[in-house]
Design a protein around this ligand. Sequence first.
Ligand SMILES: [Zn+2]
Length: 123
Amino acid sequence: MLLIECPWCGPRAETEFSCGGEAGIARPLDTDQLTDKEWGDYLFMRKNPRGVHHEQWMHTQGCRRWFKAQRDTVSYEIQGYETFELPLLSMGSDANAPGQSQSQTQSQTQGKAGSNAQEGTAS
Ligand SMILES: [Zn+2]
């Protein structure tokens, strides 16, 4: 079982989280202009790399916030976390903990995370 560190709640068991798949997939702007192959690629084709992978995770049994994790798919080691308003946080670094400035950007984060999640799981 993975031990995943929620940027807001701290380390928790993997069973508290839902994986949202590959991070950083942008929905095409003009979907009417896409071919079926391009639309299918957007919906279904993922990198699935051997090595470093960027993923979206939701702390479903906790704070219900989305964040991104950089994980090695070979060793399962999670190398860092990223919220939707802060860049990658290295493991063990508390200097830029998101809780310090979270109150003013909390609602923005949830809005962005929600739209991003829909992109990741669109069917
Ligand atoms: Zn959490």
